[in-house]
Design a protein around this ligand. Structure first.
Ligand code: T4K
Length: 375
């Protein structure tokens, strides 16, 4: 079997609505000449997303990283923050940009999310918060994390960059913690080219965050905080509104791809498909497999084999954040503190998943994985 399309297949490809559907939005922007600073599309998207996601308040941002940095500012987090090494590097960088020391704690082998059983041992006098990640959109153990946070008077900021639309038995996963931060980057389930949002528990917090993302301006002449420029512009917001019209179809298509992979890889010795973490609604944002010892190829050999055949799977998350030069000398970054994360990081491979990935491509990818060591 060969890659019939001959086109490279990447780990993801953004969903784009038909271009002609975007033109009327652009015409409105051209007419109004309102390009940014909380314009009409920005307001509409905030409201539409609150309704769609099942959250009360949300503040849009230019990207997820600026939103994370601002979320930490909003809660005036300082000192040390407990976080996961098994994530995209922006999680720890957002702490570093605030002068906060990330303290890495190992992950749960089943969910690959921060392991609540290991959090308490890492708490010191300087700990002020926990920043867990709902990795691949699979929810963290939010109840256990809340218990620890309540006991030690810590704040919780969820990096929910992967968790658009995910629900648990109580509704949106984004309602947990003090704040949750989304990414709407091109590679995410819901994208606004670049973009992000902070989900806020109340109107007062949202107002504070709205000020912070606009230099701290409250009105024309009043600056109430040393804010930043984190605003989403009107073109991104308009695109988001259009994307929302197509999101249910996109999620349904992801669900089918996820099911197809699971079905066709179920009997492959040494390939473990990561399961959900008890969510009632998933977003199928990634398709991580763990390449175990029983498989004839190493993870990196399989990665290379796929690549040689035009399939660009990705090793999210390898290397661990704690292995990057700016973090690796920290005590908490040492490998013996992060055994589960190190193991997962050496075995994981995210297979391509996106709404337009066709059945033929999936069969091709599966055939390469199934054929293991064979050429
Ligand atoms: N927290 C977490 C847990 C995150 O995962 C992220 C971002 C953040 C925070 C920060 O949020 P943002 O500030 O980004 O909003 C990608 C994304 O750039 C990054 O947003 C994402 N996580 C991370 C997991 O993945 P790379 O370095 O893998 O991106 P790149 O450019 O290699 O893209 C992967 C593939 O996607 C490409 O091979 C082709 C395809 N692609 C990519 C882009 C950008 C397209 O088809 N079109 C595109 O426009 O980081």
């Amino acid at each position: 079997m060969i890659n019939m399309t001959k086109k490279p297949i990447y780990v993801t490809q953004p969903s784009l609505p038909p271009l002609e559907e975007f033109i009327p939005y652009l015409e409105k922007i051209w007419d109004s000449k309102i390009l940014t600073n909380g314009g009409p599309f920005h307001q509409q998207l905030e409201q539409a997303l609150c309704e769609y996601l099942g959250v009360e308040y949300l503040s849009l941002f230019c990207n997820g990283t600026t939103a994370l940095i601002t979320a930490l500012q909003a809660l005036r987090i300082q000192g040390e923050v407990i976080t996961t090494p098994y994530s995209f590097v922006a999680t720890a960088h957002s702490l570093a940009w605030n002068g906060i020391k990330p303290v890495f704690v190992d992950i749960d082998p089943n969910t690959l999310n921060l392991d609540p059983l290991k959090i308490e041992a890492a708490i010191t006098q300087k700990t002020t918060a926990i920043m867990p990640v709902h990795c691949y959109g699979h929810p963290c153990d939010v109840d256990a994390i809340k218990k620890i946070a309540d006991n030690y008077n810590l704040r919780v900021i969820y990096d929910a960059a992967h968790a658009f639309g995910v629900k648990d038995k109580n509704g949106s996963i984004l309602n947990h913690g003090d704040l949750s931060v989304l990414s709407f980057h091109a590679t995410k389930v819901f994208n606004t080219f670049e973009g992000g949002a902070i989900v806020c528990p109340d109107a007062k917090t949202k107002l504070h965050i709205d000020h912070l993302k606009n230099f701290g301006f409250m009105d024309e002449v009043t600056v109430v905080a040393s804010g930043i420029n984190g605003k989403m512009n009107e073109m991104q917001a308009a695109f988001g509104l259009l994307q929302l019209e197509h999101i249910d179809l996109a999620l349904a298509s992801r669900k089918e791809i996820d099911a197809l992979y699971r079905q066709q890889l179920a009997d492959v010795k040494g390939i473990h498909c990561l399961n959900d973490a008890g969510e009632t609604e998933s977003n199928y944002s990634y398709f991580p497999i763990l390449v175990q010892p029983g498989y004839p190829l190493s993870r990196d050999a399989l990665y290379q084999k796929l690549k040689d055949n035009g399939i660009y799977a990705r090793r999210y998350f390898y290397p661990l954040i704690s292995d990057f030069p700016m973090y690796r000398s920290m005590l908490s970054a040492q490998r013996d503190n992060l055994l589960v994360a190190s193991d997962a990081s050496s075995k994981v491979l995210c297979l391509p998943i996106y709404p337009d990935l066709n059945a033929e491509s999936i069969h091709f990818i599966v055939s390469l994985v199934r054929s293991g060591g064979r050429k």
